[in-house]
Design a protein around this ligand. Structure first.
Ligand code: PEP
Ligand code: MN
Length: 263
């Protein structure tokens, strides 16, 4: 179903009125985690003013350590909904368990499946119960073929609204959090008709890498970007070191529009 051979045109996924793919870019921005009402609303307003068209924010967080902040859960989801009401930006947040699928189906515009759950086949199969678009992140060490097969699981279960997100893969390098694989853009475009976006924040793990990798991604034909933005990165409960301040994000989007116009 994802195969380009049987579907030569690029697919466009409609996220509550925001088109993604086929020449339309998803500019997803927001904090790693929803922390407080003030935080998420302040960031939402700032990224909207900068030109973002979708708001991200984690409510259920897949943290490496059980002692790290795990997210606010359903309370975080409600704060994200408030930020949507305030700004009109559709929301993107990660679903970790099928237990919450019904609530996500009702409240979330784009349901994110994180890298760690890319091969949670049971969860993938359940996503056929919703028509909400799914943002499928690449697994930490997944091949293109494995990643496409995971998209295929979602599509075969009855939900063909899938967007792929490259977020860096594990390599021998430890200086950066992961290694951004920009080859994913042309490769996935050849293999599939699905939109492909890039998350430079989780790829590099450093805020100062986001700018150049975002520009490279747009130049390489990405259908969008997911970027972590925090109003006070030093105090962020999660991923502050890779989060942009709103002013930096606004500067970046201005420069990206020139690159997008040139490609
Ligand atoms: C995220 O986007 O919040 C996240 C946890 O990303 P990943 O699943 O790519 O690590
Ligand atoms: Mn994060």
């Amino acid at each position: 179903l994802a195969n380009r051979a049987f579907h030569p045109e690029d697919s466009t996924v409609d996220v509550s009125g925001v088109k993604v793919g086929g020449g339309h870019m998803a500019m997803i921005a927001g904090p790693c985690s929803v922390e407080t009402e003030e935080q998420v609303i302040e960031v939402a307003r700032a990224v909207k003013a900068a030109g973002a068209n979708l708001l991200r924010g984690g409510a259920f967080k897949p943290r490496t350590s059980p002692y790290s902040f795990q997210g606010l859960g359903l309370e975080g989801l409600d704060l994200l909904c408030k930020a949507k009401e305030e700004t009109g930006l559709p929301i993107v947040t990660e679903l970790m368990s099928a237990e919450y699928l019904e609530i996500f189906d009702e409240k979330v515009d784009l349901i994110q499946i994180g890298a760690r759950n890319m091969q949670n086949f049971d969860l993938l199969k359940q996503l056929g119960q919703t028509k909400r678009p799914i943002l499928l992140k690449r697994g930490l060490n997944a091949t293109y073929e494995e990643w496409v097969m995971s998209a295929e699981y979602i599509m075969a279960s009855g939900n063909e609204n899938v967007i792929l997100c490259e977020r860096g893969v594990r390599t021998f390098e430890t200086y950066t959090r992961n290694t951004l694989d920009l080859q994913a853009i042309p490769v996935l475009r050849r293999m599939t008709h699905l939109p492909v976006i890039i998350d430079p924040s989780h790829a590099g793990g450093k805020w100062w890498l986001v700018d150049s990798m975002a520009k490279a991604a747009v130049a390489a034909g990405a259908d969008g970007l997911m970027i972590e933005v925090h109003n006070n990165p030093e105090l962020a409960l999660c991923d502050g070191g890779q989060s942009l301040k709103p002013t930096k994000y606004a500067d970046l989007l201005k420069q990206l529009s020139k690159i997008a116009a040139a490609v």
